[in-house]
Write a protein that binds this ligand. Structure first.
Ligand code: AP5
Ligand code: MG
Length: 213
């Protein structure tokens, strides 16, 4: 089963994708994580995207479609597209890429969360520098011994775009460019919606119902 997790910044896409990877052996394809990796390793592409991402703007379709094309060419299935597609052009490209490798898109799960909750979540987020486990100062604090519960890592990072100004921009980009995908997938009969405001486990169960129902 290949699925898209669709939702604004802070909706919980990454958190839920990691749970699906662990519990169902699926493969998370997060374009945000791929772009941050390129930025951290200092590749040419990473240098180009660094400022764009820090401002909260979208990276070009060409770059992100290229990243997804490479991953799909490596083979496998059970993909969770996290943060991709984000524009109608990306959605069309994904349909074509899946078609070319004989795969289907089975569900699009929209995580619905209101804007106030998103700001609170994002400004309290940190991630493990080693394995990427996602934490939150309020709802999922780093363990008291200072070690990541997943890998034991002791370095935690905050993202350059997790500030109020960039977040406003990211939200506007979501409403302008990405939210039209809700209608796009609704028209194809693939869209489902989950209340993303509940606790992490509640959201997990709501997603499971959509995937298994
Ligand atoms: P990306 O990395 O995709 O960021 P995003 O979409 O802004 O989403 P986030 O990763 O911020 O949020 P999330 O939904 O994963 O939430 P999380 O689980 O971490 O993209 C970053 C940038 O890269 C873009 O702005 C753009 O520049 C570029 N980019 C990426 N893809 C692109 C594309 N396709 N096209 C063009 N440009 C692209 O959770 C957030 C916090 O909330 C955490 O602290 C977590 O612990 C907490 N939390 C999660 N769930 C719950 C819950 N149920 N209750 C309470 N707290 C919760
Ligand atoms: Mg994420």
């Amino acid at each position: 089963m290949n699925i898209i997790l669709l939702g604004p910044p802070g909706a919980g896409k990454g958190t839920q994708a990691r749970i699906l990877v662990e519990e169902r052996g699926m493969t998370q394809l997060s374009t945000g994580d791929m772009l941050r990796e390129a930025k951290d390793s200092g590749t040419e592409m990473g240098k180009i995207v660094a400022d764009v991402m820090a401002r909260g703007d979208l990276v070009t379709d060409e770059i992100v479609i290229g990243l997804i094309r490479e991953k799909l060419a490596e083979g496998g299935n059970g993909f969770i597209f996290d943060g991709f597609p984000r524009t109608l052009a990306q959605a069309d490209a994904l349909a074509q890429l899946l078609n070319e490798c004989g795969q289907t898109l089975d569900r699009v799960v929209e995580l619905r969360v209101d804007d106030e909750a998103l700001v609170a979540r994002i400004t309290a987020r940190s991630t493990c520098g080693n394995c990427g486990e996602v934490y939150n100062d309020i709802t999922k604090p780093i363990p008291a011994d200072g070690k990541c519960s997943n890998c034991g890592g002791t370095e935690f990072k905050r993202r350059a775009d997790d500030n109020e100004d960039s977040l406003k921009k990211r939200l506007m980009e979501y409403y302008k460019q990405t939210s039209p995908l809700i209608g796009y997938y609704y028209a194809k009969g693939q869209h489902t919606r989950v209340d993303g405001l509940g606790e992490i486990d509640e959201v997990k169960s709501a997603i499971a119902e959509k995937l298994d129902g």
